[in-house]
Design a protein. Structure first.
Length: 76
């Protein structure tokens, strides 16, 4: 699979990954940081790059980027 979160959303295990990431204690803080700091600087960052940059699991980076980008699309 590519680093495109859209490719992962189609997987039947996607809801389980989202549920797991939402249960992580640092998830809300990581999501806010990505939304407020990382994406304004680097809007094309990939989940793998975000994972390495923040030291977070790839799955968490994938979910966060998907959600933040979806929220931005809906408010635009």
């Amino acid at each position: 699979m590519e680093d495109n979160p859209e490719d992962y959303v189609k997987n039947p295990l996607w809801p389980i990954l989202v549920e797991t990431v939402h249960a992580m204690s640092m998830y809300p803080h990581h999501k806010a940081y990505v939304s407020e700091r990382i994406l304004p600087e680097d809007p094309e960052i990939t989940p793998r790059e975000l994972s390495a940059r923040m030291g977070i699991p790839f799955g968490e980076a994938l979910v966060i980027l998907f959600e933040v980008r979806e929220e931005r699309t809906k408010t635009s």
